[in-house]
Structure formats: structure tokens, C-alpha cells
Ligand binder design. Structure first.
Ligand SMILES: N[C@@H](CCC(=O)N[C@@H](CS)C(=O)NCC(=O)O)C(=O)O
Length: 203
């Protein structure tokens, strides 16, 4: 397997899962501004959407879409802690949070990275919107006292860690939410996360 990634981007969530599974994989960096891979290939030939993550399987097929790649990995390697098996009601709690991180938090951050959106629109619209969603996640973490879907680390948590790690770019201090702050401290100490940060030069 080969992970196409950009350091610190949402592809970090896939690397955390790969590290949790302790499976062998290679990786290649993608420059999102030029859409070139580190070895000089046109990234659009690998993922026509031009976005990371992309996971190339050993048979050459390429999987895209972060939460789908995560489900593929957990299901393929039968890691029922990361994602409980079909038929287990807990699976859907994990998927609810995985989807929430993807569609509300990750995509709530995307406009804040967009240099074409005026600063006052970000301040008046997108930042308050994101803060409200972080308030919601804070309530959940206060409730579980641990991870998004309960007392066990699941797929949704590595993805949440990845998205929360972007907050300093928007001058949002995670310390304002005690549950999120504690979550970040716990995750930073987790071997799969530590390894991922080192692999991407972010430790
Ligand atoms: N729908 C995709 C979106 C992934 C995404 O937004 N990736 C960002 C990096 S975090 C990216 O590659 N942006 C550059 C672009 O889309 O051109 C997914 O869920 O995997």
C-alpha cells in the first residue's frame, strides 16, 4: 500500500490508522499547490480530484475519501476497536462521529485555509460556526471523559486530532475547551500519533 499525503493535512488521519494497524506501507508526499508528487508525477493521474489522502492498494487500485479509506483499513484488518464489526450497534456511533469530523469539522475548517475568502467573513461567519461545533464536541468529550465514541480510541479520534491540530493556524486556542485540550494531550502521547507526527516532520 502507498499513502499519498501532505504533511499535517487530513492525510495524517490515515497515517494514524495505518500506524494503529502496524501494517507495512510506503508513502509519497504531494505538493497540493502544483499537484505534483515528490517523484515528479502528476497527482491528478493518481487521484483526479487532486486531494489527499489517496491510498494506492497493492493491486494498483486507488481509494480516496478520508472516512472511506479509514473504514476500508479497519474492516480489511478486522480491527474492531477502531471500528466495530457490521451488526454491532457501536459501529454506527463511531461512524456518526467519523462523519461529523469529516463533514462538519474538517469542512468547517476548509474556508479558513482559503486565501480568497476575506478575513472579516472568516471572523464573522466561519470562525463562530466552527467554535459552535467545537462546543458540541467538547460536551461529548466531557460526557465520555475519554474519546469521541466512548472509552476506547476509534477511527474518529485520529481524525479529530488531525483537525484540531489545525486550530493554531486560525488563532483558535484549544485550551479554551478543557475536554479538547485534554484529548489533544492524550492523543499526542499515543504511539501511533507520535509516530505519525515524526514521520511527517511535525514532532
Ligand atoms: N473529500 C475529500 C477531501 C479531502 C481534502 O479536503 N483534502 C485537502 C487536504 S486536508 C486537499 O487535498 N486540498 C487540496 C485540494 O482539494 O485541492 C476527503 O474527504 O478525503
Amino acid at each position: 500500500m502507498k499513502l499519498y499525503y501532505t504533511p499535517g493535512a487530513c492525510s495524517l488521519a490515515i497515517r494514524i490508522v495505518l500506524n494503529e494497524l502496524a501494517v507495512a506501507y510506503s508513502d509519497e508526499k504531494v505538493d497540493l499547490s502544483t499537484k505534483k508528487t515528490e517523484s515528479g508525477h502528476d497527482f491528478y493521474q493518481i487521484n483526479p480530484k487532486g486531494s489527499v489522502p489517496a491510498l494506492q492498494l497493492d493491486d494498483g487500485k486507488v481509494l480516496t475519501e478520508n472516512s472511506v479509506i479509514q473504514q476500508y483499513l479497519a474492516d480489511t484488518y478486522k480491527n474492531y476497536q477502531l471500528l466495530p464489526e457490521i451488526g454491532d450497534a457501536k459501529r454506527y456511533q463511531v461512524l456518526i462521529w467519523l462523519n461529523y469530523v469529516s463533514t462538519e469539522l474538517h469542512k468547517g475548517c476548509s474556508p479558513l485555509f482559503n486565501p480568497n475568502i476575506p478575513a472579516d467573513v472568516k471572523t464573522k461567519v466561519f470562525i463562530p460556526n466552527l467554535r459552535a461545533k467545537l462546543d458540541f464536541v467538547e460536551k461529548q468529550l466531557q460526557h465520555t471523559k475519554a474519546y469521541l465514541a466512548g472509552s476506547e480510541f476509534t477511527l474518529a479520534d485520529g481524525y479529530l486530532f488531525t483537525v484540531l491540530s489545525w486550530l493554531p493556524h486560525f488563532d483558535i486556542d484549544v485550551a479554551a475547551w478543557p475536554g479538547l485540550h485534554a484529548f489533544m494531550t492524550t492523543l499526542r502521547a499515543r504511539p501511533s500519533v507520535k509516530q505519525a507526527l515524526t514521520q511527517e516532520g511535525l514532532a
